[in-house]
Design a protein around this ligand. Structure first.
Ligand SMILES: [Zn+2]
Length: 292
């Protein structure tokens, strides 16, 4: 607990923070856009196949503490993104991080330092989610699922372990919760307010996060889906470490979106999302646009 904490008892607030953008091949959000199975790499695809998508991080303020979900880009990408991300990853993902949009800058705008957080949780370790990790490395806990950390440690070009080199990245053991497509997750504070839900598929250890108060909830999907069309039409992402699991995750997200208790489904790269705050647990849930 920090002296800076000022959390209204009983309410849970989700701040949707716009933390730059990513330029990727159009098959990343929707694999059906090309028959070429390697189109998502962006190699030999050119500008006409590139789409620019926002990158969102979320600050959840619950009665028991604060959780930051994902970290977007490090400020180093403003200088030299090939060096910051690795050459291979920079082919597939172009980073844009305007002044004020780094996750640490967005927290500072809210009057918070990384040490005011109780946990940083990475939905998965792809570069557009983990690059900014060292900007918030003074947070007491920086976590991802054990499955994701194991997958990232297994080698290959997808992950860049340099991004968390020297950081105590804590693997979380997911438990049988009965929630989510795999029935596994973790109740972060033990009061149901912030719950990690396994949404493997896009990556082997990917997780979403649910914030809940007074029977209403917000679901943050990470990259299990990219926008409303992806869960409504069950469009698989371009990168799937496990296609069957990715399809199960999409179906589960669609079912959550249809639940009257679900206030909002937030996909990290959904172009329709604007920066906003959602407050759960008051007389009625509220949503307020906050601007960039
Ligand atoms: Zn992503």
């Amino acid at each position: 607990m920090t002296s800076a904490r000022d959390l209204s008892l009983g309410t849970v607030t989700v701040h949707a923070l716009h933390c730059g953008s990513v330029g990727t091949d159009e098959t990343i959000p929707d694999r059906s856009r090309s028959a070429n199975p390697l189109a998502y790499t962006g190699v030999l695809r050119g500008e006409r196949h590139r789409v620019w998508l926002p990158v969102y991080c979320y600050l959840i303020e619950a009665p028991a503490g604060r959780v930051l979900v994902d970290t977007s880009w490090h400020t180093d990408v403003r200088e030299d993104q090939r060096k910051a991300l690795s050459w291979e990853l920079n082919v597939a993902s172009k980073a844009v991080l305007p002044a004020g949009e780094a996750v640490s800058e967005q927290l500072a705008r809210l009057g918070l330092a990384p040490s005011d957080l109780d946990m940083v949780f990475l939905t998965h370790l792809d570069v557009d989610h983990a690059s900014g990790l060292k900007l918030v490395s003074s947070a007491p806990r920086i976590c991802c699922s054990r499955e994701e950390l194991d997958a990232a440690g297994a080698g290959g070009v997808r992950y860049n372990p340099r991004l968390w080199e020297g950081v105590d990245l804590e693997p979380l053991d997911l438990a049988e919760t009965g929630e989510g497509p795999e029935g596994r997750g973790l109740d972060v504070f033990g009061d149901g307010s912030v719950r990690i839900v396994e949404l493997a598929g896009h990556s082997l250890g990917m997780c979403g996060v649910i914030a809940e108060a007074a029977g209403r909830f917000v679901l943050m999907t990470g990259d299990a889906c990219y926008d409303r069309a992806s869960w409504e039409d069950q469009r698989l992402p371009g990168i799937c470490a496990d296609r069957d699991a990715a399809a199960s995750a999409l179906a589960w997200v669609r079912d959550q979106a249809a639940d009257p208790a679900c206030i909002e489904v937030l996909a990290t790269h959904d172009p329709e999302v604007v920066p906003h705050d959602i407050v759960l647990g008051g007389p009625a849930p509220s949503s307020t646009e906050t601007g960039d």
